[in-house]
Design a protein around this ligand. Sequence first.
Ligand code: HPA
Length: 243
Amino acid sequence: MTEQSTPAFPTPHIKASPSDFAKTVLMPGDPLRAKFIAEHFLENAKCINEVRGMLGFTGKYKGEDVTVFASGMGMPSMGIYAYELYNIFGVERIIRIGTTGAISEKVKVRDIIFAMGACTNSNFAVQYGLDGSFAPTADFYLLKSAVEEADKAGVRYHVGNILTSDHFYVDTPEQTMKWAKMGVLSTEMESAALYMTAARAGKSALAMYTVSDSLVTGESTNADERQSSFTDMMRIALETAIK
Ligand code: HPA
């Protein structure tokens, strides 16, 4: 198989240059979350991308350069941005910060989850031509640092497997719940693409989430609750980013 050629910057998706990026990027799905983080947590934040509304900012957190850049929703969108950040813009570490739906009874809304592994029902890995299935995992050192920060913050958290699904609206929800029988904690839509793209690029990734809803109990958080649990997680992610 021929290697994919590395396109030059700017790309069709990101109008920036490698010097606009910090080595560590926090990646929420929502562009307006990226803006919120830049405005509330970074000093001297500069907008580095607006193409397709996928906002990115670079600024300082406790004196260190950090970029926050949105991924959009779903594995194809995450796959594009993570690929370009790692392979074209020189980014070394991406920390996804998202929301997730609990499928395990152990997991309550507002808990934080660190994805040690990301199962998936998508065919994203087919492109690698592997003779079996790939197990997408977090970078151990990023995971260790984040868990240490969570312990310091005294928040309720879980570390384990999650499901990266191609579906938000599921025709047969029982299918999603089967993953819980395998100890999978929750479902979301981007992390397996991030972990696989990081692995292929030889770079580091970690995904962490606040639990916005439970597919077990039907409970969901309101906008204020989502914001405050998201803020706890954001601080953990920022402290991890500068370690
Ligand atoms: N499914 C997929 N992604 C999600 C969910 C969900 O229930 N909740 C938050 N992100």
